[in-house]
Design a protein. Sequence first.
Length: 194
Amino acid sequence: MRKPPSTPAPAADGDPRLAWLRLGGLAVGILAALLIVAAVTGVSARGVRDWADGFGAAAPLVFIVVSASLTCALFPGPVLAAASGLLFGTALGFPVSLSAATLGASCAFLISRGVGLGAVEQVAGPRLQRVRGWIGRRVEMLTLAVLSQLRACNNWHRVAREWIYGDEPVTELGRLEAAFYAEHPPAAVLRGAA
């Protein structure tokens, strides 16, 4: 049994100019957001601090949301971390900065995957699929190598055959995963319809 893909299927073949236009629109949007933020805050830790200072007790939560948004707009992370330290001190500034950076990275990933993935796959074509397949296989093999070095007790050859050759699952976890994907096809899970 084949495992579901970890990413959506490539975009349908269409006009490559539309894919380039989509990628260009994404780049222009990111650049516009960066320029707006730079104009409002002056791209300085003090500017960000002065802006966020007026929110009182809600400032850490507002800072997390704003900082995550700024991360997606390519705003310099060290400036945001410095502003967090200036605003909240070390004890509260560190968890606020860590939360904001994690949320920002997650949002940036979701935006790039949702907006850019189809266009990039359409422009790159089969080359990208070959590279992604090679990287995926390499990660799988390295994972199995680490498991063997840890002397984890299982028949890793049979587990690897599930991924490489599509064999039936041999572990309880593998059977549970197969049952889940039988009930929730990957495309439905990716669309949020599960």
